[in-house]
Design a binder for this molecule. Sequence first.
Ligand code: SF4
Length: 91
Amino acid sequence: MSHGKDSASSKKYKVVFDKEGCIGAAACVAADPENWKLQDDGKSSLKKGKEVKGQFEREITEEELQAFKDAAENCPVNVIHIFDEDGKRII
Ligand code: SF4
């Protein structure tokens, strides 16, 4: 009944970064420098994120989820959110 090794890793999540509310605390960069970078404007940027109505979005895999959770949980103003495949907000 198993679909093999990819059944657990095929889930997709969506990261939404509300840059407007970012205060540049850089906790996200400290937690996950692979995916977050502090910019000259004093705010963070989500690497490979695409802009959608002033927010930045990026689809991530289950393997990437933990790193993004770490960043989101460390953000003092909670401007990093993660949604699951059903559109339910995890963080
Ligand atoms: S932790 Fe939050 S407030 Fe700080 S730079 Fe990252 S997104 Fe911005």
